[in-house]
Design a binder for this molecule. Structure first.
Ligand code: BJW
Ligand code: ZN
Length: 295
């Protein structure tokens, strides 16, 4: 094809405000939270060198060694608790406000579909709403939808099928035994070597069965796929932010948008899967490029 690719941020900004977009979606990944100090899985700044995160993020790993997997998620929960939203989260949160969108991308709807489980996009939205209280003359604001398709680090899920209770729990540590997990050293190498008995791991507060992190592991079905499919089908502009675009189904959304005639803008520190076909490619830290693009 003769698709041409632009790397011009101000051209993108002009196109955004020319009012021709009806439905904008942002498909986000770990790179969005990198500047908040949360390690990515793959690519530049990717961590978990000692432990292969991919081999810990499976139902099989949890079945085999729940103590190991809980230590990993304890570490992840601590990192997310200490982190703050960065300018890229804030830029997306601002675009979620109707009066902001009126200026930046007139007449459009907007939704955020994030693969991240750290909760930083939700916190950014709450902060933005708090900041802009004076701007709104009603007490409730219809912010754009925000879908956390791979779940949340602070959801704790009962493993008993007959119970299935989900609790939102930000306690640190989530159970006394996990207090003994060491902080990672200089090299960020995790030491996940405690052998915690099942009875001392997090338990369901309803039925006392073993609990697990409320995240979506490989082979499990991501959340709200029906709602996401509708948003992807309707999208005429897809912002792909800080994802390696290697994990499905999220990795397919951008090309689905292009297949029905929409445009794609990729914001990534480095080259990533599918970016050859992007209509816009903004290489660099998204905490710098995204606020400029949406500014
Ligand atoms: C920066 C930056 C800065 C750095 N600024 N950028 C073919 C089709 C469909 C499915 C499959 C398929 N083949 C295999 C599958 C199954 C599988 C899959 O995709 N496997 C692949 C490895 C091939 N998928 C699944 O199992 C999914 N479920 C599923 O398919 O169900 C069946 C079904 C679905 C739909 C319809 C019908 C059936 C579930 C996937 C669950 C993924 N879970 C994890 C763990 C979550 C919990 C946890 O966090 O611990 O999710 S894995 C991990 O990868 C995590 C992430 O959300 C996900 C994506 O990673 P992400 O966000 O892209 O991060 P990175 O690290 O890869 O990339 C970061 C990027 O940022 C890099 O590019 C950097 O350059 C960049 N960056 N700093 C901008 N400052
Ligand atoms: Zn239960």
């Amino acid at each position: 094809s003769t698709r041409t690719q632009s790397t011009d941020l101000s051209e993108f900004q002009r196109l955004l405000t020319d009012g021709k977009w009806n439905n904008i979606i942002a498909v986000c990944g770990a790179g969005l939270s990198a500047a908040s100090g949360i390690p990515t899985f793959r690519g530049a700044g990717g961590m978990w060198r000692k432990y292969d995160a991919m081999s810990l993020a499976t139902p099989e790993a949890f079945e085999e060694n729940p103590s190991l997997v809980w230590q990993f998620y304890h570490y992840r929960r601590e990192a997310a608790r200490k982190a703050l939203p960065n300018p890229a989260h804030m830029a997306l949160a601002e675009l979620s406000l109707p009066w902001r969108r009126k200026v930046v991308a007139p007449n459009s709807e907007f939704s955020i579909i994030t693969q991240n489980v750290d909760g930083l996009s939700v916190r950014a939205l709450a902060m933005t709403l708090e900041d802009s209280k004076g701007n709104s003359n009603s007490s409730t604001v219809n912010t754009a939808p925000l879908i956390e398709m791979h779940g949340r680090l602070f959801d704790v899920l009962c493993t008993s099928k007959s119970c299935g209770y989900v609790e939102y729990n930000t306690a640190s540590p989530i159970c006394p035994a996990l207090a003994a997990v060491e902080e990672p050293g200089e090299d960020n190498a995790l030491k996940l070597d405690l052998d915690i008995p099942l009875s001392e791991l997090p338990r369901c507060s309803k039925c006392n069965a073993l609990a697990r992190p409320g995240v979506v592991w490989f082979g499990e079905i991501p959340h709200e796929l029906g709602r996401i499919d509708k948003l992807v089908e309707a999208a005429d502009l897809c912002l792909v932010v800080g994802t390696s675009s290697t994990v499905y189904p999220a990795a397919a959304y951008a090309s689905e948008v292009q297949d029905h005639g929409g445009k794609v803008a990729v914001f990534n520190l480095e080259r990533s899967a599918g970016d050859r076909d992007a209509d816009f490619l903004f290489l660099g830290p998204c905490e710098e490029t995204l606020p400029r693009a949406l500014g």
